[in-house]
Design a protein around this ligand. Structure first.
Ligand SMILES: Cc1cc2nc3c(=O)[nH]c(=O)nc-3n(C[C@H](O)[C@H](O)[C@H](O)COP(=O)(O)O)c2cc1C
Length: 159
């Protein structure tokens, strides 16, 4: 099928927006915006993320074998766009601290985070699938709202 139709169909599925972060070999924080994030198993707790083989964050994921999924709060579309860019220092004006696995937690811009240890890397076309055990994290507090993505547009969830 043609690429535009594939993207249009995939874009019909509303998602939240995450920033997947890891530390690189120089101990510098790296990250990319992702909505290909999925819960996989409850026992053990597993999730997956899909990462483009051209991603500059990929070496950090492979080096650390860990990551954090930072689930963005409503209104953080600019931050999502910045982490979807090829900007070399994406963390310059972002507050973060190490999560329990040492990977960057964007604690002021997120409603939740998942702390992950990579268990498998699977080849999938122009992407890689990282299957990971979720070892820790924080759920959303009552009354908080997520950044959402639908048809290439950001929005939020209304109760
Ligand atoms: C809403 C949204 C969702 C995205 N989801 C993914 C994704 O799941 N996997 C991926 O590899 N890229 C995804 N991207 C594109 C990357 O964020 C983009 O290619 C980015 O430049 C990668 O940064 P890096 O090369 O510094 O790792 C998404 C972009 C946006 C705006």
């Amino acid at each position: 099928m043609d690429r535009a139709t594939f993207f249009a169909i995939m874009g019909a599925f509303p998602t939240g927006v995450g920033i997947v972060t890891a530390m690189d070999e120089q101990n510098e924080p790296r990250g990319l915006t992702s909505n290909a994030l999925c819960s996989v198993s409850a026992t053990p707790p597993l999730m997956l993320v899909c990462v483009d083989k051209n991603s500059n964050t990929l070496p950090a994921l492979r080096h650390s074998k860990k990551f954090v999924v930072n689930y963005l709060s409503a209104g953080r579309g600019d931050l999502a766009n910045m982490f979807a860019s090829k900007e070399p220092d994406k963390f310059q004006n972002v507050s973060w601290r190490p999560a329990s696995n040492g990977m960057p937690w964007l604690h002021t811009d997120t409603i939740a985070h998942a702390v992950c240890n990579i268990s498998q890397e699977l080849d999938a076309g122009d992407h890689l699938i990282f299957l990971a055990e979720v070892t820790d994290g924080s759920p959303p507090a009552p009354g908080t709202h997520p950044l959402m993505y639908f048809r290439r547009t950001y929005g939020t969830w209304h109760d």
